[in-house]
Design a binder for this molecule. Sequence first.
Ligand SMILES: [Zn+2]
Length: 392
Amino acid sequence: MFKEPLVSRRRRNLMQSLLIAAFALTGIGMAQAQVSAPATPAKISTVYTGDVINGKKVVSSLNTDDLEPGKKHLLYFQGVQMSTGQYWYVSVIVAKGAKPGKRITLTSGVHGDEMSSVHTVQTVMGRLNAAEMSGTVMAVLDIARPAMESMQRRWPSSGRGLELIDMNREWPGNENGLSAVSRQAGLVFNRLLEPNTDLAIDFHTGTTGVDASAFHIGDMSIPEVKTMMMLYPVAAIWNNAAYPGVLHNAFIAAGIPCFTPEVGAGRRVDMDAIQIFVEGTLNVFKHYGLIPGAIGRTAVDANVYIGKNAVPVLITHGGFIELLVKMDDDVTAGQRVAIQRNAFGEVMTEYTSPTNGRIGALRSDATSEPGNVLMFILSSDTPVSGAAPYPE
Ligand SMILES: [Zn+2]
């Protein structure tokens, strides 16, 4: 019914293109917001709607200070309405420690096909005993519910016929925004995440068609972000703020240190990767005094590779792809990394690495149109022009 004026949409699209181009040229994220002051969360009260779904009380806003200490609380957060007038509820677990302390928030499901992110958060929450904790851990598991229902990356919007919108370009959202997904982001950020969080971790994975290694994306110039990322026994870090609209940058803009772990491949439960991120998250809790125990393995033990850029190799032809490298391989500039054939089996093109670095993401679908990402190479070399942002 209400349409965004075309001119402003074009201007916004132009701005986005310029920002992406700027990113491509510099390889440095635009969202350079630094954490300059401690988080000063807005005061918010807990509002119970009176509804109970599957035995869980429904809230439309939450202040974890209101919850009974020493217990785990399972709640539904009432998100944006659907076309039927029902609501997209979000599953929330709060482990409220017996004693006060840091408040750490774990999020998953901002993309709907990233199952290991959800499994990691579920596993971590299952390891917590609130009676022994000092502080609060809040887990918000299925933020882009309609995307998760069909295991696809993007939120299906009915705005102008079916559109698929990437929720991780919408943060911090707008409760009065021009799409349901913008409003969902606004509601979740304003009434759940921001007021209850001192430190945050937004879990992601590779996506449909593109597998990812186990690594972090985050800006190591922010001390708490560096501290948290290095507490994981993770073998690679993309030391970069990434781009505007992602949840971790909305947290950072609100003064809350945050980063994005990439828990391996999309769509499936990647147990090898999950183990790394469960251990690291428990290390973060131990470091900040939420739970007792000795710190386990860290990034130092994993001999972490830190790259400043995620350099893409873009697919230039349509056809069938044969990869010549594997995930986590170290590659050198000029090394052949893939060939592509047409339906006759004729080699249409060969791809080479534009940089020295390590393979961080690889196309998993066997065919492709031109323009898609074939692979990302984590690299500390000078950025290559034409680079696209990593699709976290
Ligand atoms: Zn993602």
